[in-house]
Design a protein around this ligand. Structure first.
Ligand SMILES: Cc1cc2nc3c(=O)[nH]c(=O)nc-3n(C[C@H](O)[C@H](O)[C@H](O)COP(=O)(O)OP(=O)(O)OC[C@H]3O[C@@H](n4cnc5c(N)ncnc54)[C@H](O)[C@@H]3O)c2cc1C
Length: 207
């Protein structure tokens, strides 16, 4: 991920190489649900080349949209910022710091590895709006995490005072589970199968 990500004030969102759900966490909790990915001509050219070999069919369609209509283009960072609704001075300031960090091979304060720090200097510049409500053509994918507190052994829903509600079970993402606070791919289905089986077994026993 050679692109850099910014919020509406022009501040960096996070290390862009983080896992997708972690980036989403930064975006929603710390940056008002807004994130703008900025690239220059050189990086966009490279991304277009990689499109042929590094994406599956439905992603090709999404990227075709992003590379044609789904972006904002401008001759300078200030121009794209103004068009995309980002504070131009904030973006220019942060981008200057980012470029200096890359040029001088300094440590990125947000932890992006040096191999992925490339100065964004060859205009025109492009902004991809990755915000929660960005576009119906490129919707922001989401899954729910967390849910009702349940009894560990039965899956019965717990009241606030810790007593169980007889006959009411929660499972999958309706129930608290291993991925209630954060997410890594693969956590949800196993947890849903486990909690569904737990509730089903207890309900069958109760019946
Ligand atoms: C694109 C994508 C990729 C994912 N990849 C992975 C992965 O690789 N590994 C992983 O572990 N997890 C993955 N997940 C997450 C995982 O799929 C979900 O967290 C999981 O399916 C949740 O299971 P669930 O049974 O709690 O809810 P759901 O699967 O959403 O089931 C809820 C069911 O309730 C039904 N329903 C809703 N309202 C009503 C109603 N009023 N009456 C009757 N029925 C109703 C719905 O139609 C649905 O069938 C992915 C999710 C997405 C979106």
């Amino acid at each position: 991920m050679l692109a850099a990500s910014f919020d509406r004030a022009g501040r960096r969102i996070c290390n862009e190489l983080l896992y997708g759900a972690t980036i989403g966490d930064h975006m929603v909790r710390r940056h008002d649900g807004h994130a703008y990915l900025v690239v220059d001509r050189a990086i966009l050219h490279r991304a277009r080349q990689e499109l042929r070999t590094q994406t599956v069919l439905f992603q090709k369609a999404q990227m075709a949209y992003l590379f044609t209509r789904g972006h904002t283009k401008g001759a300078s960072p200030a121009a794209i910022a103004t068009r995309a609704g980002i504070d131009p001075q904030g973006l220019e300031r942060t981008l200057t710091d980012y470029n200096e960090t890359a040029r001088q091979a300094r440590t990125d304060p947000l932890g992006k590895p040096a191999a992925y720090l490339q100065p964004l200097v060859s205009g025109p510049y492009y902004v991809f709006d990755c915000s929660l409500d960005s576009s119906m053509f490129y919707p922001c994918p989401m899954i729910t995490l967390g849910g009702l507190r349940v009894h560990d052994d039965t899956g019965l829903v717990l009241r606030e005072d810790g007593t169980t509600v007889e006959g009411l079970y929660a499972a999958g993402r309706s129930a608290v589970g291993v991925c209630s606070n954060s997410y890594v791919s693969g956590l949800s289905l196993a947890d849903a199968v486990f909690s569904g089986r737990r509730a089903g077994a207890h309900a069958a026993g109760a019946a």
